[in-house]
Ligand binder design. Structure first.
Ligand SMILES: [Zn+2]
Length: 467
């Protein structure tokens, strides 16, 4: 594929410039105010060109439960989520496709799917999501969500003595499954990468983390996990390890410049210093954190300490959408109330940089992705500046980040392949997807989670809430 994007507006350090951008194969080969036109010509007048955003943390199958779960904190919300998770790979395929469509149409060209696996059909679940991402053409990092402890173990014991059921699969079985997954599906040169992604210290043994690190080292895989999303997890780490979860992961050697960690809310200054020293990335999921009452991640402190920060939507059952522009807006404005010194507040330009280069850095791809640079991969999005929600003309990035942009992505490319044209995915039929999502679902009535009922009394007690 060879093409020239003509007369697109791009941000410079402090202003904007109109340029032509030449793409040959999967790479940007030239950027200049006027280029000799080569290949297909794309008229980008009145459009803003940005590198694609990275949705650096989501769980695609949660799409089936968006809007369904009542307001509960993570530890109780997840009990209901697991109880009603989809049970066939075809549903996993459809939710991966739906997640990818919403990501592409909100400016994302890459996503990290921390993929919940259907018990007994783990490989089939992964195959289904890989099929979806290949079809639609988005760049995907799939981190099969693994754990080797029962859900009840994610709540601290406090004074109580509890018997927690053993996990139905052994750590070795899980690691063997991961080895197979890597051999079958890891194809970064084709835009599909497998990452190791134990769910987090709250549900994983040291052996599971060690096995994941070994796999990651052997196959050069990125590492992912949830980290200190809730106060309960902070208490649990002290109970389990006698230190913070960050200090524990650091001791194990899990933190590195190809490790990205979702949420990172309950970290102290010593933890932040470890994150900075190891080069690990924080993935900020502001909407999920609000929805589950998890807290506000100290993003301004991370940035001051030199910790890389990326943006994620998190799964659609804790958000309850997959709109990256919405996550970027809330995630930029939220911190203004955490620091009175407005000189620390995020600007739209910084927020866009976190969502692009920040995301790429967390996947160890800063040299390949995340900015409009000659030699980098052509993962790009064009925004229609004549869209009513971006008018009248003021500051394009201000309008995009702080406004309420609606259907503004006109064109997008991944690895030089056009995946969105005229505001619609080019390689799948969205009308057909809508029809299938409708047909496979029903209005959720007054459903009841028995697992949540079982966990709730202990949760309330250990968190100091009235009975
Ligand atoms: Zn998550």
């Amino acid at each position: 594929m060879t093409f020239t994007i003509q007369q697109a507006l791009i941000p410079t350090d402090s202003c904007y410039q109109t340029v032509d951008v030449q793409i040959i194969g999967d790479r940007i080969t030239a950027i200049a105010p006027q280029l000799e036109p080569v290949g297909t010509l794309i008229d980008a007048r009145h459009q803003l060109l940005l590198p694609g955003f990275v949705n650096a943390h989501t769980h695609s199958s949660e799409l089936w439960q968006r809007g369904a779960i009542a307001p509960y904190p993570l530890e109780l919300w997840i009990a209901e989520l697991h109880e009603f998770s989809p049970l066939n790979p075809e549903q996993a395929y459809l939710s991966a496709l739906g997640t990818a469509v919403e990501t592409l149409l909100s400016g994302g060209t890459c996503l990290v799917d921390h993929l919940v696996l259907i018990p007994g059909q783990e490989i089939e679940t992964i195959a289904a999501s890989v099929r979806a991402y290949r079809e639609i053409g988005i760049r995907a990092f799939i981190g099969p969500l693994i754990q080797d402890q029962d859900l009840a173990a994610s709540i601290p014991n406090g004074q109580a003595r509890r018997r927690i059921a053993p996990f139905p699969r052994t750590t070795d079985e899980i690691l063997d499954m991961m080895q197979t997954v890597v051999e079958k599906f890891h194809a970064p040169e084709q835009g599909i990468s497998i990452m190791v992604a134990p769910t987090g210290t709250q549900l994983c043994s040291e052996a599971l983390f060690n096995g994941c690190m070994e796999l990651s080292d052997r196959h050069n895989l990125c590492r992912h996990a949830h980290l200190l999303e809730t106060r309960a997890q902070q208490l649990l780490a002290q109970e389990k390890y006698g230190c913070s979860a960050v200090a524990y992961l650091h001791k194990l050697g899990y933190l590195s410049d190809r490790t990205s960690l979702a949420h990172c809310i309950w970290l102290d200054d010593a933890d932040i210093a470890i994150m900075a020293a190891t080069g690990a990335t924080v993935v900020h999921n502001p909407l999920s954190n609000l929805r589950l009452g998890s807290g506000i991640a100290p993003v301004l402190k991370y940035r001051q300490a030199g910790v890389n920060v990326a943006y994620g939507c998190d799964g659609a059952a804790s958000n309850d959408g997959q709109d990256l522009l919405e996550a970027i807006k809330i995630g930029a404005l939220l911190h203004n109330i955490t620091d009175a010194d407005y000189r620390h507040w995020l600007t739209p330009r910084e927020a866009v940089q976190m969502a692009t280069l920040g995301g790429a850095t967390g996947l160890n791809l800063a040299a390949q992705l995340g900015s409009l640079t000659v030699g980098k991969q052509a993962d790009l999005a064009l925004y229609d500046l004549t869209n009513l929600s971006l008018l009248p003309r003021t500051d394009p990035l201000g309008l995009l980040v702080m406004g309420r942009p609606t259907q503004v992505v006109k064109t997008a490319w991944v690895r030089g392949e056009q995946v969105v044209a005229e505001g619609q995915p080019t390689r799948i039929d969205v009308a057909d997807l809508r029809q299938r999502l409708w047909a496979e679902s029903a209005w959720v009535g007054d459903r009841h989670s028995t697992t949540r009922d079982q966990l709730e009394p202990h949760y309330r007690q250990v968190m100091g809430l009235p009975e």
